[in-house]
Design a protein around this ligand. Structure first.
Ligand code: FEO
Length: 404
């Protein structure tokens, strides 16, 4: 049975939810699953916008067939070739005779990396470049190249007629769709943390390229965004574009403190919890504390994009940084998270020296500041050392006030 939904006069949502998946891209936990969005434009010519992951084949084809009815499928338009959207391309080509593929040259080249097509089954390609226009009857589609948002071949498609942007991975989110497929059918602001986690982990590294796309999109009047994951956007477009602008420029959303710790026997956690309490008593709001050994790094990284100040508290291990903290710091670096102010707490029972290693690792991140007065623990926090935590809290507090 189908579960497609009509978006407007000629456009239909024909995607599917994957609720069995545990790890998106085999790395990111998705407790609420993920949606693979696909769309069908039923104009004089019919256009399928991308497909879905192979696990959701049945629902996708039931939706596609139900909306098509007795019309032929004229075009498959491919915006992005990652298999969560492209897995069924070969099936579509084999099922619908005479279908033409609309894509750019890079997509065409990469298509044959993923699929072996018999020569007599190879469809006709309509290769487009930036600004080209395809008329489907009442609709005019034009194309904007968006390399590295999130792969090099990515493009987005703009329907001039309905002012709809088919944005590929951009403006997407983790989380399956629960019947409500439009942003104005849900409490959208409650969803923003998963939009942030999706953005920061998937394309956070490519702020420059995201900015390029945002700048091009400024020239388009956009009433609807149809992404490849998550809700269709109508009412929260400017809100999400503002968030994207912050994230792409590595600007924090709030002036507050994220404390990320790793602690083998609890002593480093103890110092982190006491520091959080001291900051709260100084009236710092919205402090967030994470144990990086327990919480998946994708969540901590996501909040690192949100916060202005980050405290790293960790033990020394193998004469270096503790493994889970090393992993988190590596995530910060790999995602180019600059413009943050760090404070450090190090621990060690005989050679506490991981702060030096952390400073060395963070030094190449653009706009990074590291506050003086690191706190060094030897095994546990001693009563006589509490003033050091007081000083660190005061330093962080004063620094936050400076950016108000
Ligand atoms: Fe949702 Fe880059 O694929």
């Amino acid at each position: 049975m189908h579960n497609y939904r009509k978006i407007n006069n000629d456009l239909y949502y024909i995607g599917a939810n994957d609720r069995k998946i545990s790890l998106f891209e085999s790395v990111y936990p998705v407790l609420d699953g993920v949606s693979y969005n696909s769309y069908l434009l039923k104009d004089d010519k019919t256009v399928l916008f991308d497909t879905v992951d192979k696990h959701e084949r049945t629902q996708f084809f039931e939706n596609l067939e139900a909306v098509l009815g007795d019309k032929p499928l004229d075009y498959l338009l491919i915006n992005h070739l990652e298999p969560d959207h492209s897995a069924l391309i070969k099936d579509v080509i084999e099922k619908y005779n005479n279908i033409k593929i609309i894509c750019n040259q890079k997509i065409k080249d990469m298509l044959f990396q993923f699929f072996e097509l018999e020569s007599d089954k190879t469809p006709e390609f309509v290769v487009v470049k930036e600004g080209d226009v395809i008329n489907t009857g009442n609709h005019e589609l034009t194309f904007v190249m968006a390399p590295m948002v999130h792969w090099p071949e990515v493009m987005v498609t703009y329907d001039k007629t309905d002012k709809t942007l088919f944005s590929a991975d951009a403006f997407g989110s983790f989380g399956a769709l629960d019947g409500n497929i439009f942003d104005n059918e849900v409490q959208f602001n409650e969803k923003i943390s998963e939009y942030r986690r999706y953005y920061t982990n998937i394309v956070g590294k490519y702020g420059l390229q995201v900015n390029n796309l945002l700048n091009k999109a400024k020239n388009l009047e956009i009433k609807t965004i149809c992404p490849l994951h998550g809700l269709i956007l109508r009412e929260n477009i400017s809100y999400l574009v503002e968030k994207y602008s912050l994230w792409a420029n590595y600007k924090p959303e709030i002036n507050s403190v994220l404390i990320a710790y790793s602690s083998v026997y609890g002593a480093t956690q103890n110092a982190a919890e006491i520091l959080a309490s001291k900051l709260a008593q100084m009236n710092v709001k919205n402090i967030k504390v994470y144990d990086v050994s327990k919480t998946h790094s994708s969540y901590v990284l996501s909040d690192a994009f949100k916060y202005s100040h980050i405290v790293l508290a960790t033990t020394t291990y193998n004469n270096n940084i503790f493994v889970t903290m090393e992993h988190f710091i590596n995530d910060l670096i790999k995602h180019n998270l600059g413009n943050r102010t760090f404070a450090l707490i190090e621990n060690g029972s005989w050679a506490p020296n991981c702060a030096c290693s952390i400073i060395n690792e963070l030094k190449d991140l653009k706009g990074t500041r590291i506050l003086d007065n690191k706190v060094t623990l030897k095994s546990t926090l001693k009563t006589a050392q509490e003033s050091e935590l007081d000083n660190l809290a005061k330093l962080i507090f004063d620094d936050i006030q400076l950016i108000h």
